[in-house]
Design a protein around this ligand. Sequence first.
Ligand code: NAD
Length: 342
Amino acid sequence: MRAGLRVTVTGGAGFIGSNLVGTLLRNPAIGKLTVIDDCSTGNTRSLGTDLTEVDFRLGSVLDADLLNQAVARADVVVHLAALGSVPRSMLAPLNSHHANATGTLHVLEAARNGGAPLVVAASSSSVYGAQPQLPRVEDSRPMPVSPYAVTKLASEAYLSAYHASFGLEVLPLRFFNVYGPRQRAGHPYAAVVPRFIDAALSGQPLCVHGTGTQSRDLTCVDTVCQVITTAIIDRVSSPWPVNLALGTRTTVLELIDVLAELLDVAIEIEHVAPRPGDVAHSQSDPTRLRDLFPGITAVPLRDGLARTIAWHRQQRANSHDLAAGPSASSTRPHTQGRPCTS
Ligand code: NAD
């Protein structure tokens, strides 16, 4: 076994989690890496060959026994497991609440039982909701407008409370719109970047909700992994939420322009009704992030999108090769939500 820090990642078979696992495995400061994921939206295939390097536990963070075992003796817990997506939470608010809010409480209890390690957890910029102040400052009043946002607000509040009540070191990170390789399209809750790339590569129109002038602070997953890795190794903590985005603002139409240039394909846009629960603009004030992580170097949007497009092209080439092979009838492109393969 490798010597070094023992880290447990919840939601490690998901988009951000599997990228983080890859980043941590390449870092010599990291020793044992345990992953817990119920594969409700993620899939162990996202981990590729990294799966063989980690102690993977298939199950829910709502399973206290399994969670206690996965967290026991960990130096740091990175809690990413959640049911993402605003629309999903509007269809089934209780499911989102159980997985996200109750799930976070279970993780904090397991961390407390396991010897009070540092707990780094994913919150979301959605907690700002109807708050009109731009850029988003952590101390402004959260005004969530979706059940998903409330689950994230509850989660980060639990982290702050566990710090105040039990002295647990915590780091609630408010992710903004994270994009990058391993973020899949082809399911009803796909995020905008993979959805657009997939549609453009398939020759389909890009479906834009509303006018397309709504803006987002797009953050490459490599930047997110860099921040979390630094937090683990330097044991960075904060009882209060920290925005994890660098203060950029890209409208949906600007994103399409960059994608069109990088993809070098003709793009057709189809405007549809705005989605309830979506916020008009989202931009981080990164002051607190930069204070805590002065060495952070963000991946520029064009570079991050180019890497993401390359991954999508590779995925399509792989599934095309498989489909052309002898067992074509049983090989289809992998999409999120399928059962785990192990
Ligand atoms: P994802 O859906 O790809 O990954 C989440 C993982 O958690 C999946 O592998 C899923 O199977 C797992 N999971 C769900 N419920 C679980 C449970 N009860 N027990 C164990 N595992 C469970 O999502 P992601 O984009 O990688 O997001 C990671 C975290 O970041 C989530 O907490 C999400 O809410 C948060 N976040 C993401 C973004 C973004 O832009 N991707 C933005 C804001 C916040």
